[in-house]
Design a protein around this ligand. Structure first.
Ligand SMILES: [Zn+2]
Length: 493
């Protein structure tokens, strides 16, 4: 099944089913083959795309075009071309089972894979976006999976999980999503990072969903670090080392000329430096409640801590405590931005709008704005149809927090409302670069399935992937970002 040799798979599965009729994975896999028997196949020069002709005919056609378009670029980037055609299967709802159910059964014989796309080396399965409550950027998913298809075969499946994900995410070229920045700001100083000894576990057996995200985030940063420190050919040299069957402690010195320890030290320093930059440009992540409570006990006249704890109570809907603490902070520092924000929110909650806007205006420090206060004030101006002031405030947010595309979305909303297409257009182009935002990931790549020998030639990875990266593709994904939604969309691998 993982090699895409489905005729042979059916024969083996039917034999197995006769021996053990109670084996769920065997039964599910046979049912997947029954569903696939109703599918059509679109064959192109390098791909076989199987799809449900009742629902996904158009999708398959565009997918074929897109895959053929990115294929030469990716093969050129990685210096390798798979010997055979790659199989992409798109699963749609059938027999009372969702497309996701069939996709999952296709990959592991069981339901509930927590992704929307996965790669087994020579074949890729994905859920049809036409069978999802929330659409997703399928182009981004298939391109990400195609990177895996190429480099898994290129290294005869010897590439470690972290490095195949590093290449796939790095190739996307999308800006890191803001919640990844926050995660780094919180975890790096606390030492809660993976290293090359532990990162593969973050993909295969993450203890939390954040660990999973962290593994993807760090993998991509490993790629970035390698290029920054060792030059544009570093990724290609490491890929070659894995293709030559070396393990990581041997591959790193050969490819990069430094010991594994020195490499890790340099990477850790790179992360620390990155976090130092992010601390000034990203919104600060909330501190854990317990830590805040203790901090206020230790330093009860500190307005920053009092306001932060007030905010924590506000988020817990403990309004009296929030109000009391905000009041204490404001007694000490009358225009304290975070405390003013909490007070404003409390007033709005009880419908007391009077005076809120002037209070926020007075507290706002344009040189160092408090992001929630700025967003609230701008939102109130927008509601009051004071559009030019809203534009100024959102623009300030964009300048002060350049890594958060949320400000751009909000600004675009004002221009959309006022039909100011001239100012809207460049913002939409900018937002398109963030589309699909956050990589998602599954434990299903890397070592999945048997390989096929015969990689030819050396790798050629340049500093970044092909020049089309603006084409709206990349990793697995969250959709609806341009539309300003923040809802979760499932991950692909
Ligand atoms: Zn992946």
């Amino acid at each position: 099944m993982r090699l895409g040799e489905e005729t042979e798979a059916r024969a083996a599965l039917e034999k197995a089913f006769q021996v053990d009729m109670g084996n769920v994975r065997v039964k599910n896999s046979l049912e997947v083959l029954d569903v696939l028997a109703t599918y059509e196949t679109l064959e192109t020069e390098h791909f076989l795309i199987r799809f449900d002709p009742r629902h996904d005919k158009l999708l398959a056609r565009y997918m074929a075009q897109y895959l053929e378009e990115v294929y030469p670029q990716l093969c050129d980037w990685m210096g390798y071309e798979p010997p055979g055609k790659s199989l992409f299967e798109v699963f749609h709802r059938a027999k009372n089972t969702s497309g996701h159910g069939w996709f999952s059964a296709r990959m592991v014989g069981l339901p509930h894979i927590h992704t929307i796309g996965a790669c087994a080396g020579k074949m890729v399965a994905l859920v049809s976006p036409n069978d999802m409550d929330k659409q997703f950027n399928w182009a981004r998913v298939v391109k990400h999976e195609l990177v895996h298809v190429i480099n898994l075969q290129q290294t005869n499946f010897q590439i470690p999980h972290w490095f195949t994900e590093a290449l796939a995410v790095y190739d996307e070229g999308y800006p890191r999503p803001p919640n990844w920045d926050q995660m780094l700001v919180r975890r790096v100083p606390a030492g809660k990072m993976f290293d090359l000894q532990t990162i593969n576990l973050g993909f295969i057996r993450p203890s939390t969903s954040e660990d999973w995200q962290m593994a993807y985030c760090q993998a991509e940063l490993y790629a970035e670090y390698m290029v920054a420190r060792f030059g544009p050919q570093a990724l290609a040299r490491l890929l070659d080392a894995y293709a030559d069957n070396l393990d990581t402690p041997t591959a790193i010195p050969r490819a990069l000329g430094v010991s594994m320890e020195e490499f890790e030290r340099g990477y850790a320093a790179h992360l620390t430096q990155l976090v130092a930059q992010l601390t000034t440009t990203a919104s600060a992540p909330p501190q854990p409640f317990q830590e805040l409570t203790q901090a206020v006990e230790d330093d009860p006249r500190n307005p920053d801590l009092l306001a932060a704890l007030a905010d924590a109570y506000l988020r817990r809907k403990a309004y009296p405590q929030a109000g009391k603490l905000a009041g204490q902070a404001l007694e000490i520092q009358p225009r304290h931005q975070a405390a003013t924000y909490v007070r404003a929110r409390l007033q709005l909650l009880v419908g007391d709008q009077e005076g809120v806007v002037p209070m926020l205006e007075k507290a706002l420090d344009p040189a160092a704005p408090h992001a929630p206060l700025l967003r609230l004030l701008a939102g109130l101006k927008y509601k009051a149809e004071a559009y030019e002031r809203a534009v100024e405030l959102y623009q300030l947010g964009r300048e002060r927090f350049p890594r958060d595309p949320g400000w751009t979305k909000l600004l675009a909303r004002v221009h959309l409302k006022t039909d100011d297409h001239q100012r809207l257009r460049p913002l939409l182009a900018e937002l398109a670069r963030h589309d699909g935002g956050q990589p998602g990931r599954s434990p299903k790549t890397g070592s999945a399935g048997p390989g096929r020998p015969g990689f030819s030639g050396r790798s050629a990875l340049g500093p970044r992937g092909p020049p089309d990266r603006g084409a709206g593709c990349g990793h697995a994904s969250r959709a609806g970002r341009v539309a300003g939604r923040t809802g979760e969309v499932p991950d692909s691998d």
